[in-house]
Structure formats: structure tokens, C-alpha cells
Ligand binder design. Sequence first.
Ligand code: SF4
Ligand code: SF4
Length: 100
Amino acid sequence: MTATVSPQVADALRTLGPFDPEVCMSCGTCTATCPLGIDVLPRRVLRDAALGLEDHLLAEAEAIFSCLLCRACESACPAGVHISEDIRLLRRYLLRKEAR
Ligand code: SF4
Ligand code: SF4
């Protein structure tokens, strides 16, 4: 997939609430912990959001809305990323995009 980088994406997400994927170390612990076993949850989704890869986020919408918000990943994250809150903000962002 070609990637269009939009620096405005992370800025737009920060206007919706506290958004902190940039502290992610990309260790993969969260993905290994997630009970859903969906490849892109949550590490790649967070990376794509931090990088402003909007095309990727749109393609990952189903995974983003599948998240159970169980916080198992968040409890295991060594960097203290607020993963469930970040996913909530991503949902709000995608819903707003869809409403336009
Ligand atoms: S466990 Fe935390 S630091 Fe590691 S990839 Fe997931 S969000 Fe990033
Ligand atoms: S909060 Fe979402 S991404 Fe994290 S472990 Fe639960 S289902 Fe997976």
C-alpha cells in the first residue's frame, strides 16, 4: 500500500484528547498480549497514527473498531502508552472523517 504522510493527523487527534503513541518503543508486547490476535492491533495502528499515515488508518478501521478496550495491552506496555484511550480517539477521528 502506498502511504501518504499527513502530519496533521496526530495534531487532529490531539485536539480530541490526550494522544500519546509517540512514546511507543515498538516492542510488540501489546500485540503479543492482545486476546484478539489481530495483526495490526495495537502496535501498528499506533505507529501509523503517530506517523500520520491516514491511508493506513482508514484501511485498519475494522481492527480499530474491533478492539475490546480491555486494556490487557496497556497493562503490559513497558512505555506506559495510554493505548485504550488512543484507540478511543482514533475511533472518534475516523467517525468524524466518515461524517464529512
Ligand atoms: S507494548 Fe507499548 S511500547 Fe511496546 S509496542 Fe505496544 S504500545 Fe509500543
Ligand atoms: S485494549 Fe484492544 S488492543 Fe489492547 S489488548 Fe484489549 S482488545 Fe487488544
